[in-house]
Design a protein around this ligand. Structure first.
Ligand code: SF4
Length: 699
């Protein structure tokens, strides 16, 4: 088993932590194969070359930092423009039977090549890079039996859109999802990657497929014939046993069955990836819910739906529009997933096809999927609809506009819907009008699973680290706005937390995007104090229904969440955050835990946590707690003060008691569960997991 953390551009904070850890603990190199990828800082605006050059001009300081830390510590570096981490990993590193962690929720994409790949927080990755074991609560197993074969307009994306509808954003929590059956074997390797990728949207620890011929084909065409040969030698061990797949109910905690032959194309959204609607029902549903049906943009890309197969199938739809003289009603953009895909689809005329329809070809990076989209007019906050093949469609995710209704669909459906400009357009039954006034029915998409002539690339964008990095100096300017060297968090003082004020009681969905927003804030990811100015600005205050407006109990005024928290910190007053279900779902970004910690929040008390965020809180020395009785959430009042009464007895499996004191003089004692084991309680006591490593290494 190999563990190699793939680190994307949350990497700034992670590498600052690694540098800090390495310095403290005398580690000259990472202990496991590690790579860094730059895919989040490139804003999609004009065109690939121009956007990439702009990103290099603006973020040179950051890219140089990532480059030099990687070079020094033996970490492979994928330069800006090389591609999106998960596509690059599938093309170069993923292999059947391997295990990998990565600091991005969509690390799970590598399950498409039969890996167990898990998204983790940066603190977990630093531990593994230092050679420590990685721990995870033993997951349950969900089996998805796929029968039949995809055809027509249905694609692999529809499998996971359907599964998301069945399991919802919480249904995969604490589970590995394994896909099997004849239908699974009929899917391409990149299609499998797509299905595993969006497993992050159902909260699954990871998703995977057994090794099969589609994986062998993909390994060979991506230059890894020797890996395919090795896998073939042990293929019986790289998939489930026959008796398991024959009687899945006996071996899995839950079994779902999907017949690919009858599966319909889906469009999921808005604002959540699990609101699944077959395209035939979309028009009625949109009208009933007052969703705008005029589609303004169609976007194809993301770390998974940017494969050769995806691009060629979507291009086959665009080609038909071009041939019939159909002018697209919506604007259209694509992000190739890697330089290898981009180079190959350019060679094969696919980019040319897209450009004939006026498509904007953005850089090989996340772009709009991570809010890095300079969309004209989004500041006007108009209600509008976009359709994309990305994974996430939370409010404000793509363009920062809370009134953008974002829907997720397969690349070919995005192409058809964008051409029609109509969210309710069903290409299976509906027609489009050509310039000559003829009614045109689009033929179902066609594409190649893999390029006939193989992949090609001139410069994949990879940089091998120095064999001896000891002479490489890492420097960060004191006045940098983008980078800030880390200092240690204070250890626990051994006393109960008393007199804590409520910073915010968040209501409803509170993802890591809401806790630490992306988009323009991404540039501060390497500067903890500066990025802390976005802490919880997207969370909805349960007491007024507004975002970024909370009561400052020191003077009774209302202010932004970061300003209010800084006032508490300056006054030496501890605070707690209260949250709803699945708090911290979404991206794995550790900033969502580090920022509240940096600003002085002591505990986060919620109805339930998303796994990675809960671990991130623990690693930063925070108290991540859940209401033993979910309805106690309703007892928390806006001006409450909290006293912990038994923190000195903090122990595994023992709930903590917190007294909530209300302004009318009444009190409620709230029992708070937790999942800290003995080792994790030591992280809390030391102030953070990193503090504990430092302490242990210094004897
Ligand atoms: S989900 Fe979007 S932002 Fe995240 S890695 Fe994939 S493309 Fe990038």
């Amino acid at each position: 088993m190999l563990i190699f953390p793939q680190i994307e551009l949350h990497a700034r904070m992670l590498l600052l932590r690694w540098h800090f850890c390495s310095f403290q603990a005398g580690k000259p190199k990472v202990a496991v194969p590690t790579t860094v990828h730059c895919d989040h800082l490139i804003q999609a605006k004009v065109s690939a070359d121009e956007d990439l050059q702009n990103a290099i001009n603006i973020s040179n300081e950051v890219f140089n930092f990532l480059d030099s830390v990687s070079n020094k510590y033996g970490i492979g570096f994928w330069k800006p423009g090389a591609g999106i981490i998960h596509q690059v990993v599938l093309e170069n590193y993923a292999f059947p039977g391997g295990m990998m962690i990565g600091t991005d929720s969509h690390t799970v994409n590598a399950g498409g090549l039969g890996m167990l790949a898990v998204g983790v927080g940066g603190a977990d990755a630093v531990d593994v890079m230092a050679g420590m074991a990685w721990e995870l609560k033993f997951p349950k197993l969900i089996g998805v039996k796929l029968t039949g074969q995809l055809s027509g307009w249905t694609s692999a994306k529809d499998v996971i859109l359907k599964v998301a509808g069945v399991l919802t954003v919480k249904g995969g929590t604490g589970a590995i999802v394994e896909y099997f059956g004849e239908g699974a074997k009929n899917l391409s390797c990149t299609g499998k990657g797509t299905i595993c990728n969006m497993g992050a949207e159902i909260g699954a620890t990871t998703s995977t497929f057994g090794y099969d011929e589609s994986m062998e084909r993909y390994l060979r065409v991506t230059g890894r014939a020797e890996v395919a040969d090795l896998a073939n030698e042990i293929k019986g061990h790289l998939t489930g046993d026959d008796e398991v797949y024959a009687n899945p109910e006996q071996y899995f905690d839950q079994v779902i069955e999907i017949d690919l032959s009858t599966l319909a194309p889906h469009v999921n959204g808005p604002f959540t990836p699990d609101l699944a609607t077959p395209i035939s029902e979309m028009r009625a549903k949109a009208e009933a819910n007052d969703w705008p049906t005029k589609v303004e943009w169609g976007l194809i890309g993301s770390c998974t739906n940017s494969s050769y197969e995806d691009m060629s199938r979507a291009a086959s739809i665009v080609e038909q529009a071009v041939v019939h003289g159909i002018k697209p009603k919506a604007e259209f953009g694509i992000n190739p997933g890697s330089e290898q895909v981009r180079f190959t689809i350019e060679r094969d005329g696919i980019i040319d096809t897209f450009e004939k329809m006026g498509t904007k070809v953005f850089t090989n990076a996340c772009g709009p999927c991570i809010g890095q989209w300079a969309r004209d007019g989004s500041d006007k906050q108009e209600k509008n609809t976009i359709v994309h093949s990305f994974n996430r469609n939370f409010a404000k995710r793509a363009d920062g506009n809370p009134n953008t209704y974002a829907f997720v669909a397969s690349p070919e459906m995005v192409a058809a819907i964008a051409i029609s400009g109509d969210l309710g357009f069903n290409p299976i039954t509906d027609t489009l009008t050509s310039e000559a006034g003829e009614q045109v029915k689009l033929a179902p998409p066609k594409g190649d699973e893999l390029p006939d002539k193989g992949f090609d690339v001139e410069d994949p964008g990879y940089q091998e680290p120095a064999a001896d990095g000891s002479g490489i100096r890492i420097s960060v300017a004191d006045d940098s706005k983008r980078l800030q060297l880390l200092s240690a968090f204070a250890p626990w003082d051994g006393r109960n937390i008393t007199g804590a004020k409520l910073l915010i009681k968040a209501q409803g969905k509170c993802t890591t995007d809401h806790i630490s927003m992306a988009g323009p804030w991404l540039r501060f990811r390497g500067h903890l104090d500066n990025i802390s100015n976005n802490t919880l600005i997207g969370a909805v205050n349960a007491f007024n229904g507004e975002t970024d407006k909370v009561k400052n109990q020191l003077d009774g005024s209302y202010g932004t969440v970061p300003d209010t928290q800084r006032a508490y910190k300056a006054a030496g007053v501890p605070t707690i955050v209260v949250g709803d279900q699945n708090y911290g779902e979404g991206s794995s970004r550790e900033h969502a835990a580090m920022q509240p910690r940096h600003l002085g929040v002591r505990a986060v008390l919620v109805k339930s946590f998303a796994r990675i965020h809960e671990t991130n809180l623990k690693k930063q020395g925070m108290l991540g707690l859940t209401f033993a009785n979910g309805s106690d959430y309703d007892k928390i009042k806006e001006s409450d003060t909290f006293d912990f009464i038994d923190l000195k007895d903090f122990a595994p499996s023992k709930p903590l008691a917190i007294v909530a004191k209300h302004t009318d003089g009444s009190k409620d004692t709230i029992l708070a569960n937790h999942t800290y084991n003995a080792g994790q309680i030591e992280w809390f006591k030391a102030g953070s997991a990193l503090n504990l490593i430092k302490k242990q290494n210094n004897g």
